[in-house]
Design a protein around this ligand. Structure first.
Ligand code: TRP
Length: 339
């Protein structure tokens, strides 16, 4: 079993980022060793140039994301943690796969339609071929499993189609070049919403800092933000059905359940009939207990550029070695002479 997944580097990391992809990666890392497998996690910095961007911001977001991943529990000695830009095999394999990927397949990708919007002619070529790079990311390492959000399922299916066609066209059935990866899509993805509006996702771009819990927030700030979080005057219901139409209440209960590793039904069993005056301090304390160790590590590490660069360098070295045999096999299968 080999798990490979990528994440685009973003800044201003918050609770939603942690309870989304990052925490999921940490639990995979911690469970895969018993199964004799390994994990590769990378920053998709090459994907980030498919949209307009500031070079200095990309560089600092890449380092910030590494700091967050390590602070949240990704161990660079147990998992291979790196950025694409230091492993040229990603870009090389993408080019080789461009011969196999079909225009018609990419034309069906909904992310390109969404991100290019009304300005298709002005979109970058990179945005169009983005899914081919993503296919290269996973095929390069013979990934068996790829954890992704629901929105990336289509890209994973494309990776399988590319692998299948390449194997068909250029390899024998007994000795395929690529493994067809299976997606791992979280069933009950915790959707963490804004603390000011239970119908909007918690977001780094919300102008109100009170709308989110940042990984840089200290204990007092967290308690304050929870205390000020928007709610309604009703006490908590005894069953999940009672949260219908109460987006803010549902969000706070959901955050509590996710952090405690239980379900909203369990949380409501404990807090049924209680008002937010009782629930909010409990939630705040739980958040502080879970986030304080992460916050301490993150705040320290994010300013240690030398340490972050060393982590990425070490990860890239491991990744390059793992990628090499598959890259060579792909060149050779295509009839490209490599001395
Ligand atoms: N496109 C993914 C996202 O935006 C990030 C990504 C890039 C990725 N390459 C990948 C995810 C390979 C899984 C596997 O979320």
């Amino acid at each position: 079993m080999r798990i490979v997944s990528g994440i685009q580097p973003t800044g201003n990391l918050h609770l939603g980022n942690y309870l989304g992809a990052i925490r999921n990666w940490v639990s995979m890392q911690d469970s895969i060793e018993e199964q004799g497998g390994e994990c590769l996690f990378f920053l998709a910095d090459l994907h980030a140039i498919s949209m307009p961007h500031e070079p200095a911001v990309l560089a600092s977001n890449t380092r910030e994301m590494v700091a967050a991943l390590v602070a949240c529990g990704i161990d660079p000695d147990r998992s291979t943690l790196f950025n694409q830009a230091q492993v040229p095999a990603h870009a090389e394999l993408q080019w080789l796969l461009n011969g196999t990927a079909r225009m018609g397949w990419l034309n069906r990708m909904t992310q390109f339609k969404d991100k290019s919007g009304k300005n298709r002619e002005g979109a970058s070529i990179a945005l169009f071929t983005y899914p081919v790079l993503q296919a290269a990311d996973v095929l390069l390492y013979q990934a068996t499993h790829v954890p992704v959000g629901e929105d990336q399922k289509q890209h994973l299916e494309l990776a399988r189609d590319i692998a299948q066609k390449f194997n068909n066209d250029f390899a024998s059935e007994e000795a395929p070049v690529f493994t067809l990866p299976d997606p791992i899509i979280p069933t009950e993805a915790a959707r963490i919403m804004s603390l000011r509006d239970g119908t909007a996702k918690m977001s780094k771009s919300d102008p109100s800092d009170m709308s989110r819990i940042n990984l840089t927030d200290d204990a007092d700030t967290i308690m304050q933000k929870v205390k000020k979080a928007k709610t309604d005057p009703e006490p908590l219901p005894s069953e999940v059905a009672g949260l219908a139409g109460r987006a803010e209440a549902a969000n706070l209960v959901g955050i509590y359940a996710t952090l405690a590793g239980t379900t909203p039904a369990d949380v409501l069993r404990d807090f049924a009939g209680q008002g937010f005056g009782a629930f909010k301090p409990a939630l705040g304390e739980l958040l502080v207990a879970k986030l304080a160790p992460i916050n301490a590590r993150f705040v320290e590490l994010r300013q240690d550029r030398a340490a972050l660069d060393a982590i990425l360098r070490q990860g890239a070295q491991k990744a390059r070695a793992l990628a090499q045999p598959t890259l060579e096999a792909a060149y050779t299968a295509l009839g490209l002479v490599r001395g």
